[in-house]
Design a protein around this ligand. Structure first.
Ligand SMILES: Nc1ccn([C@@H]2O[C@H](COP(=O)(O)O)[C@@H](O)[C@H]2O)c(=O)n1
Ligand SMILES: C[C@@]1(CO)OP(=O)(O)OP(=O)(O)OC[C@H]1O
Length: 159
């Protein structure tokens, strides 16, 4: 069996009055992430981890932020497509482990809901999706609540 790992990292700016999509769900928040798509930083980091594991470049390479087709796009679409790209090449997803770095709101109460949405998009069980959160201890752009970042690692395998 062949096993590969990949890592992904993404950052989005936060702005007052925007919807805040994170891990495929809309979080109750006063600020939301800004991007070409729905700016779901967690899904983008997972996509990059999966693409990296398969040595398939990154999310922006496949879904350019200059392409009108992806404007305002629900990022769940990207994760489903990335999983399909892997399947086409014989890969299946093993597990993903992610960290969101964000001052507020608290992510913990929403993690089970995120896992429920994300797992089927990757054709894995919720047990194989780990999501964690941390503040940036009020330091830097995350600390000033100007932005949010997420990192992810993914394991993929094929027989
Ligand atoms: N947006 C966040 C940030 C953190 N958490 C949870 O709180 C714990 C403490 O955060 P520290 O940054 O002070 O270590 C953290 O371990 C998470 O469990 C959260 O839910 N949402
Ligand atoms: C997802 C894409 C495409 O809509 O745009 P954004 O939502 O801006 O996200 P980012 O993580 O900056 O880059 C990938 C993009 O190509």
């Amino acid at each position: 069996m062949k096993i590969r790992v990949g890592m992904g990292f993404d950052v989005h700016e936060l702005e007052e009055g925007r919807d805040f999509w994170l891990g495929g769900i809309k979080l109750p928040a006063t600020k939301g992430a800004v991007g070409h798509s729905d700016a779901d930083v967690l899904i983008h980091a997972i996509c990059d981890a999966l693409l990296g594991a398969a040595n398939l470049r990154d999310i922006g390479y496949h879904f350019a932020n200059t392409d009108n087709r992806w404007k305002g796009m629900d990022s769940k679409f990207f994760l489903k497509e990335v999983t399909a790209m892997l399947h086409e090449r014989g890969w299946r997803v093993g597990n993903v482990d992610c960290t969101v770095c964000l001052e507020k709101p608290k992510v913990n109460p929403h993690i089970d809901a995120m896992k429920k949405v994300l797992a089927p998009l990757m054709n894995i069980t919720e047990e194989d999706v780990s999501i964690k959160a941390t503040t940036n201890e009020k330091l830097g752009y995350v600390g000033r609540e100007e932005g949010v970042n997420a990192s992810a690692v993914a394991l993929i395998m094929k027989d």
